[in-house]
Design a protein around this ligand. Sequence first.
Ligand code: TRP
Length: 458
Amino acid sequence: MAKAQRSEHGEWSSGLMFVLAATGSAVGLGNLWRFPYQVAQNGGAAFVFIYLLCIMLVGLPIIVAEITLGRRGKQSPINSLRSIAMAEGVSRYWTLLGWLGVASGVLILSFYSVVGGWTLYYTAQAFTGAFQGMGVEAASEMFGGLTASPWAVVLWHTLFMLLLFGIVVVGVRDGIQRTVTLLMPMLLVILVLLVGYGMAASGSFNEAALFLFQPDYTAVTPDTFLTALGQAFFTLSLGLGAIMVYGAYLPQNESIPNSAAWIVGMDTATALLAGLAIFPIVFAAGMDAGSGGPGLVFKTLPIVFGEIPFGVILAILFYILLAAAAITSGVSLLEPATAYLTEKGGSRLVGAGSVALVIWLLGIPAALSQNIWSDLKLPGGQGIFGTMEFVSTTIMLPLGGLLIALFSGWFMRSASLAKELGVNPGNTLYLLWLFAVRFIAPLGVILIFLNSLGVFGG
Ligand code: TRP
């Protein structure tokens, strides 16, 4: 089968645009909402170091693998894996890995969109100055009021999905690329401004830095590793084909290793900067970072914004940042399944529309599990929302990543990989990468899985 020159969905106009889009996918609620509260709940710096280790040893090799598979296949993950498996003469069952990815993406976006809806609501509230002088109680009432109202959460979830649909339906270049070109530079500027504020004005910057960088290993349990690994996959958008499909749109002459290094570097920097933006103001207000859990940026921060100088403006900036990051990530969760349906012969309108509809429907139970269905516990002891989050991010993503590493490392010819990466098969860095996808990344995932099952007596 002749290899297509470009994807039928179009291409990014440059390697930089790919880096922006993929960084847009990576930098999201995972960095600004999930990472800070996970750090706070898992013992601060000890968690940060384990997380960084997972990023370097497992995340980096796998992101290179995903981009490589995508650009080689130039289609949706399902069809890319099918055509690569055929070209390499291995089992066509590898296509199932593409399906696993589509399923994970649909599941993740359905609860991600609920939180995305919260970010839109809080952005609207910030503009009205609603946080001014707000105490602990009023803040929990605001968050409680939103999540306790089935209509409100579903309404904001609907708006968020409509927004994503509106972007994805327009196409790779006119929709996604345009959005990231607009939002990503803005996002960086806002984040740097907020860190600058934390440094200059909060008086608690050192405390925050110590919290992030001075480890307390007594808080580490087997679950810390699993959580850190899940977070590494989640934050880099790995394991389900989102980066793979973006890689399918990467022009042939652009360097994959360079792009990957930029994406990982920017994503990691953003997570740490988010910590340095959020913790100083939380500590300065004398609040506890860990107690709020997932409520950190929705319950704790509004109180802080209500108290500090320039709080109105800082709040507006912060929630725009959060919403923008959620939008550029959300589109990458919608794209793999959309691309697949479009390849089946549908229009982008039908493709994006049907995927968005399914995700919207699945998001409704996630939204309702925080109010009218809050008593419902699924096997495993968590509610619908928590179960969706746990199963998709902590189990399906690492599993998808493991299979991606095994497929590229063991089932593809080294010559095909080196060719797509544009390197000589004897190149030292290339050999290091191959070693990492063959051994380090798979073993890392497997050991962490076994560890969390208590196999090592944890
Ligand atoms: N990485 C995003 C975040 O940190 C979320 C995300 C977008 C994602 N696309 C993904 C997670 C694909 C896993 C897979 O918020």
